[in-house]
Every structure is written in structure tokens, then in C-alpha cells.
Design a protein around this ligand. Sequence first.
Ligand code: SF4
Length: 442
Amino acid sequence: MSFPKTYYIETFGCQMNEYDSQLVETILGADGMIPASDKESSDCLLLNTCSVREHAEQRVFSLLSQHKALKNNNPAMKIVLLGCMASKHQDELLHRFPHLDLVVGPDGYRNLPALMKAEKNIRTTWLGNNPLEEYNDIIPAHTKISAYIAIARGCDNFCSYCVVPYVRGGERSRPADSIIEEMKQLASQGIREITLLGQNVNSYRYNDCDFAGLLRRANEVDDIIRIRFITSHPKDLSEDLLNAMAECEKAAPHLHLPFQAGSDRILRLMNRKYTRSEYLELVDKVRRFIPGISLTTDIIAGFPTETEDNFQQTLEIIRRVRFDDAFTYRYSPRPGTAAAEMPDDVPEEVKIDRLERMISAVRKIARQNLQDLISRKFTVLIEHKSKKDPDWWMGRTEHNRIAVIPKEKYKPGELVEMRVETIAGFTLKGAIEIEAKPIFIY
Ligand code: SF4
């Protein structure tokens, strides 16, 4: 029999899944497989899936149905489902989709080559949580200026609406040495910006190294010029971490700090372990330590029993904190979670209405925030050509805002200073300062 030689990966969901897809590419590449230019011509089609929202799962179910035609055209093609949906739906997926060959959970990716090359063309699952699996020795494939590094996997927080602790298992932190080693290797490959990833980076701990300690060590890695991290649970954001962010010149002045809901009663039902006033005090403290920091957040509309008054408290927090951006969601029950046992009693049209009001409040403030930046200077790490105009570069400021600047003599990977001239949509447009020097060239 002929073994699959090419693969194509479709990725859904969060940054951790994007990182895991790069990890899978490295595992398959080490086994001699190469990426296919499109899914139709691939020997193996992998879907790396997300279970966090119902909508994301429905999209994958619909794609899986469509992929039956690909298999009909090419019966040798292997179709593999990875990620959180594998852990959540397990064998049921093989029954429901007879053209699906393999279902492999997030801790089983090392087994992919062997499973894909099994002598007998078996349809099987590789599931289960392996608390020892941290993929420490695998450096994911990268082609860009920025890269993710997973520093912890799983979660112990059990927010009542969230499926992650069930599908990704308990939290485990990677050894700091292996994270720093990965950063150094990435730097030697031309990566200049690192985003440290974890479901809750603030509770990272390996032996005596906590997240503040890790950030300080990361700041010392040569040739990495910017460090970001995501996601921060408010209950674990320590003063020491804020000190580390303020001290470390490479730590980007941006914090993604999900608040989820504005009412104490809803926050209790969500098991978020902070109150509205604690969240607001924390925001004030963050701004005292790092003036001008950009704050973004996650918010859910229509959690069980949420009233209009409760929702108004969510809007009040949006207006008070003045976030630069937010991931906003309409609540949908995830089977197996504590919230799924609560009455899903906010009518769909009310959820949609609240979501729209929430989005409109966030966007209005985000636009106002951007207008305040006109004439101000920021550093931009150049990433690639602007999609709209090939004579301009696209990059990101230290606050994680998208910026476009004229190409001039600069190249991707360089850090330049720009002065903002106009705002186009949510993009800063400006000129490179005449006196500015590229800070780093590779
Ligand atoms: S902190 Fe809460 S929302 Fe985030 S992954 Fe853990 S359980 Fe889910």
C-alpha cells in the first residue's frame, strides 16, 4: 500500500489550535510528509477543531459532510479530525461520518504518523488526556515574523460555561528551560515576536518559576524584540507580573483580560471567582503600573438568567474601561458543563440583540480610542506587504494595533518608528519618522 505523502490542515478556534497545527506540521514533516497546495490534491486532510462554541462545532460538522465528496473522488485520501472535538465527541464521530478515518485528541499528535501509515487501513481514535504530554522537544513550523509558544496546556478553572477543562484536561506548565530554548531556536530562524500561550498564562508555574519569572527570563533572549501573552485570568494577575511587565522592555503594553459579564450574580454563576468591582480595581491598577496600556477582553451576552439590568452592567464596564477591542459571544450551552444544567432561558432574539448592542458599544469606543492616536508615535514591527497596497508594509504596534507604513527601504522583521497620520477603518496609517532608525535588522 502507498502511505500518505502530502497533507493539508484546516484549523479552527483559538491561538492554541493554530500553535498545535504548526506542531502537527513539524511532526508530519519529520516523518517525510510535505504540505499539499490544496485540500483536493492532498493525501491526508486534517481538521484541527474547536469545541468552545456551538457555532464552531456546527461549522466542522458541515465541512465534514462536504468532505465526503473529496473522499469519493480520491478514496485513498485519509481524513483526520484533531483537537477539542475529538476529545468531546470521540467514537461518535466515526459512526456519524463513515468517511472519517482517524480521530486524535490534543495529547496524541505524536502518534499521527504511525496511525496514518498503519498497515491495515483502520478507522480508529486516539484519545485521552496525557498529563505528561507537553511536546517540549518539538519546535513548531513557522514561516512568519511572529510565532506562538505554548507555555501551559489544559485548565483547572472550570468556568461554568467552558468545555476546555473537560476536553484539554487539567493545567500543566512546561519547564521554563524548554520554553526559553524554543524562543532561542525561533530567534535563530528569524522570528522576532513571541506570543506565550496558555488557557491562563497567569497561573503558569514550573518548580519555582511563575509567569512573572518566565517573562523576565524571556526578556533576556537575544534577537526577540517583542513578547506578548494570552490569555490572562483576572483572578491570577499578580502585582509581581505587573512589575515584570513594566520592567521588561520587550513585554508589549497590551493585556487581554476577559471580564465576561458585568453583573456579580452572573459572574458567580459563571464561576469566574472575581467581582465586578475587583475587576475594575484591577484595571485601574494595571493602568497605574503600565500607563497607556491597551486592554482587550472577552464578553458573553445572554448567559442563563441574564436580565436586561445585568446586561446594562456589562455595557457599563465596556464604557468605563474603554477597551481597544473585544471578542464578543452569544452564549450557547456546551453539553457537560455546569452552565448547561442551568435553564438556557434568554431567548435567542434577545441574545442577538444584546450581542449587537455590545459589539456596537465596543466598536464605537475602539474607534474613538484610535482617533486619539493621531499624531502620536509608535514602534511598528513590519510583518508583510499590505493586502490593499503593495507599496505599503503592514505591521503591528507595541499595543497590537494594525498599522500600515510606506515601504521605503525597510523590510519585514524590522522595527521602525511611525507617526500616525490617519485612521482607515481600524488600521493606523502613517509615515516612518525621518529621524527613526531601524532598531533591528536581520
Ligand atoms: S479560564 Fe475559564 S474560560 Fe478560560 S479555558 Fe479555563 S475554564 Fe475555560
